[in-house]
Design a protein around this ligand. Structure first.
Ligand SMILES: N[C@@H](CCC(=O)N[C@@H](CS)C(=O)NCC(=O)O)C(=O)O
Length: 219
């Protein structure tokens, strides 16, 4: 039995769901909000963060850790669908891009989601326009400039197949799109094409169709 604690609109929960769906695993979702203080949840998520994976009687938090666990447990024996490249340098690059997405990129993309969707459309709170301007004018373009230097003109981020880096980066751009932000293709052409490729993939398409029900009506 596989269960994932978290809510589908969280970028990290989406990253974990993409991994589960990539391996073709059936799972149950236990809707749990970030920061949930229930003692039973804190027992399996000491940092109070989502997602947490449960596999039978084993639980593990943190996407970087739980996706590695899924890979070791469920990827094909020949490694054909592993999210971790065989080559040591490619694996290091994939893990680095995952880390970059999970820290700097998500901070910006989730900031737009929070200010432009979550606060005004789901929490009845005003948008912090100064924060939005800081993200759009400064901090996000810095990230995009870096990504433009590493994203290939075609295919996946690292090597010739999907890796954990693609899941981590793609989920950030979904969050940015919910925050009404599209990458400027004239300024960052490779990133823009990469995001378009990610959106055209069956894996992400299916995930987004499923999470539509979590969005406010009309979105
Ligand atoms: N490194 C963690 C980050 C998870 C994370 O930050 N989740 C957010 C929701 S998107 C959260 O639960 N935040 C609540 C908090 O920080 O208290 C992972 O990869 O799973």
């Amino acid at each position: 039995m596989i269960k994932l604690y978290g809510v589908a609109l969280s970028p990290f929960v989406r990253k974990a769901m993409l991994a589960l769906e990539h391996y073709g695993l059936a799972y149950e979702n236990e809707p749990t909000y970030p920061g949930d203080t229930a003692p039973e949840f804190r027992a399996i998520s000491p940092l109070g963060k989502v997602p947490v994976l449960q596999h039978d009687d084993f639980t593990v938090p943190d996407t970087s850790v739980l996706i590695r666990y899924l890979d070791r447990t469920f990827a094909a024996a020949d490694g054909a669908n592993s999210l971790y490249p065989q080559d040591a340098r490619q694996e290091a690059q994939a893990c680095w891009l995952e880390e970059y997405a999970d820290s700097r990129l998500v901070e910006n993309c989730a900031g737009l989601f929070r200010e432009r969707l979550l606060k005004p459309k789901m929490m009845n709170e005003p948008t912090d326009e100064a924060r939005v301007a800081e993200i759009i004018d400064h901090s996000l373009p810095e990230c995009l400039a870096y990504l433009e230097s590493v994203v290939p003109e075609s295919g996946y981020l690292v090597g010739d197949r999907l890796s954990v880096a693609d899941l981590a980066v793609a989920t950030c751009f979904v969050q940015a799109r919910y925050g009404d932000y599209e990458v400027d293709g004239a300024r960052f052409p490779k990133v823009r094409q990469y995001v378009d490729r990610a959106y055209a993939s069956e894996l992400l398409g299916r995930r987004l169709a499923s999470e539509k029900e979590s969005l406010p009506p009309g979105l």
